[in-house]
Every structure is written in C-alpha cells, then in structure tokens.
Ligand binder design. Structure first.
Ligand SMILES: *Cc1c(COP(=O)(O)O)cnc(C)c1O
Length: 227
C-alpha cells in the first residue's frame, strides 16, 4: 500500500517541490518500505520516537524534525536532524546554537515556523515578531551554527480552501519580507533562504499553487495514525 500511495503522491507533485514523508506514529518497518521505494527525507515530531527510529534505520536517511521542541530536548535532536523545521521561539534558536557548539557539526539547517492559522494552540512566530528579532540581531554573530533556510507553517484545520490560500499567502509574504529586509541586509542569499514549507495531506495541492516548494505529507503515504 505504501508503495502505491507514495507513487501517487510523487506523481502529483511538480518538479522543484521537495516531498518530506511524515512518519510520526508509524513503525520503523513502514519507513523502511518507503525507503525501499527511494524516499529519503522523513520527518518526525517527537524526540524519543525520533531517536529510536534514527538508531534503527539506514544512515543515509535525511531526517527533519517538525514537532514542537522543548528546550531540554534539543540536545537529543541536534546531532541527528538534518533540518529542524519547527523553530518557533528565540529561546529555541539560542538553545539549538548552544547545543550545536557541543557537536562537531559546523551548521544545522532550520526553518522558522510561522503562526498564521486561527487556532491559538498552534505555535510559531508571528510575522512581526520574527521580523523584529532578525532585524535587531546580527544573525551570524548570535547564531553562527544555524543556517536559516526558510519558513514553515500550517493552515487552519478548516475545510475551506480560500482560508488556506490566505494563510499560505501570509507565510509567503513573510518569507519575502524577511528576505528583502533583514536577511538581505545581513548578506543571506535567496538561494540559502529558499524553502517555503507548507502543505500537508489535506491541503498540499493548494499549498503548491500558493508557492510552497516543500510539502510534508504523512497520512496520504502511510495511512491514518493511531495516537
Ligand atoms: C503530522 C504533520 C504533518 C503531516 O500531516 P498529514 O495530514 O498526515 O499529512 C505535516 N506537518 C506537521 C508539522 C505535522 O505535525
């Protein structure tokens, strides 16, 4: 089933859009199945589950972390994650920097998670907040081990494509404002800060129409999760 699902999802994604297979809550065996079909980028959202799977699965898997990350768990994620997509606070940026200094890695890729949905429970920077933070700090001095690669976000849990479009549009606009503003001013290129990560199983076709170049798809590949 995973083979067919993955083929279907891949066929629906244009060239230039990266597929991240969201494997949270699914066993390592299912990840191995997708891996056999050529999928290499997987994402997890819980630190203990993430570490367990990293230890069991092939070393050439590219792992992304996409869940809310408590600062006391950062040290367990930083050595293994190629990218942390869910950077949602200044404190977390500082902790990732601090823990990176204890590894032999020179840098880690991160995305800035933006809060654009209506649900208060979702985390992320407000566009004004991240704009102020990056304008008021020298990025290379304060976070020398962090490579800012782009933005990430989630639309509201509503069945309303027009609302998704507005929210994805807000992520895209914030990405552009950051790039044209504080990032350009600090010498960070459009090539480096190029990732727009939005779109999940329900809404990824709309997300791609609204400029996403990285989609995070779980259910459509692995089926429903048992929480
Ligand atoms: C679970 C999750 C996804 C994938 O959701 P699906 O609806 O299963 O495709 C994408 N992004 C984040 C941040 C998630 O937590």
């Amino acid at each position: 089933m995973i083979k067919e699902n993955l083929a279907k999802v891949k066929a629906s994604i244009p060239e230039g859009v990266t597929l991240v297979a969201v494997s949270k809550f699914h066993p390592a065996e299912m990840i191995a199945e997708a891996y056999e079909q050529g999928q290499r980028i997987f994402a997890e959202s819980r630190e203990n589950e993430f570490r367990d799977k990293v230890s069991k699965l092939p070393k050439d898997i590219i792992w992304h972390f996409i869940g809310h990350l408590q600062t006391n768990k950062v040290k367990y994620v930083v050595p293994y994650a190629s990218m942390i997509q869910s950077i949602d606070s200044e404190r977390l940026l500082d902790e990732v920097e601090k823990q990176m200094q204890k590894t032999d890695r020179s840098s880690i890729d991160v995305l800035l998670q933006l809060h654009v949905a209506q649900e208060e429970t979702k985390s992320g920077f407000l566009p004004d907040e991240i704009m102020a933070l990056l304008s008021q700090n020298c990025i290379a001095e304060r976070w020398p081990h962090i490579r800012l690669r782009g933005v990430m976000g989630m639309a509201s849990f509503v069945d309303d494509a027009a609302q998704w479009r507005r929210e994805f549009g807000a992520i895209r606009a914030c990405h552009k404002a950051l790039l044209d503003g504080p990032l350009k001013a600090q010498g960070i290129s459009a090539e480096q800060f190029s990732i727009l990560s939005y779109g999940m199983s329900e809404d990824y076709p709309v997300a791609i129409e609204e400029g996403s170049n990285m989609v995070r798809v779980g259910t459509s590949i692995f089926g429903p999760r048992n929480y």
